[in-house]
Design a protein around this ligand. Structure first.
Ligand code: BEZ
Length: 225
């Protein structure tokens, strides 16, 4: 089962957008590789409508979305067409899912990525979300059970957070959003508590916990770069 910090396992797969060689085809981009239990099911449909509607927001973050389930291409194509032609949910309609959806009828990819969790289901992938950076390293993994739809604002927040961590060499506190204070890493923290070297923009709660401001505009100007 791949873990945070591992290179994303390689595979070649058929998708609704043609064959992909993963992760080589996406080098230089962030990737969110996510699984869903089955086509033509309600929670998955609500998720695809939400993710499909957010496509441009993820494009702007230089992030490729890639879906996967243990269904074949004919099922994927028919389901995505049904979503586009027939489903009107929460003000979303005509949703044209343009990101690739992997045919994993053999379960090859799902098994390699630990998406089959037999206590939950032996035949369906759980709702896994892998965040993979432009060098092909797995940076975050989130799992949800079959019956619980994902929070896509949180998925976008995680992606923005990972990019900000890389852009500024900082850590991010609970519930961080762009514009909130970021956590200053330890060596600068040590300087700040040494009264001779005080950064006026830094706020220290104790010797191990200092934050500083980075404006929303500054954070956003570097996202997707
Ligand atoms: C759903 O997407 O609605 C679903 C799929 C598998 C099990 C439970 C719900």
């Amino acid at each position: 089962m791949p873990r945070i910090g591992d290179m994303a396992p390689e595979f070649t797969a058929q998708t609704t957008q043609g064959t992909i060689n993963f992760p080589a085809d996406f080098k230089g981009k962030w990737v969110i590789l996510f699984s869903h239990p089955a086509d033509f099911t309600p929670v998955c449909t609500s998720e695809f409508m939400t993710f499909g509607s957010m496509q441009q927001e993820f494009d702007a973050l230089n992030c490729q979305l890639i879906g996967l389930s243990i269904d074949g291409l004919p099922s994927h194509i028919a389901w995505l067409r049904t979503i586009k032609d027939r489903i009107n949910w929460k003000g979303m309609k005509d949703v044209d899912v343009q990101f690739p959806l992997i045919d994993d009828i053999t379960m090859n990819v799902a098994k390699n990525y630990g998406m089959i969790q037999p206590g939950e289901s032996e035949t369906k992938a759980v709702r896994a979300v892998f965040f993979i950076d432009p060098k092909g390293v797995i940076r975050t993994i989130i799992y949800y059970p079959l019956a619980l739809g994902r929070n896509f604002d949180e998925i976008k927040r995680v992606l923005i957070g990972l990019q900000t961590i890389d852009n500024y060499g900082v850590a991010l506190p609970a519930d961080w959003r762009p514009g909130d204070e970021v956590i200053v890493p330890a060596p600068s923290t040590m300087k700040a508590v040494d009264k001779r070297v005080t950064d006026k923009d830094m706020h220290c709660y104790d010797w191990f916990f200092c934050t500083k401001k980075i404006s929303k505009e500054e954070v956003e100007s570097k996202l997707g770069k």
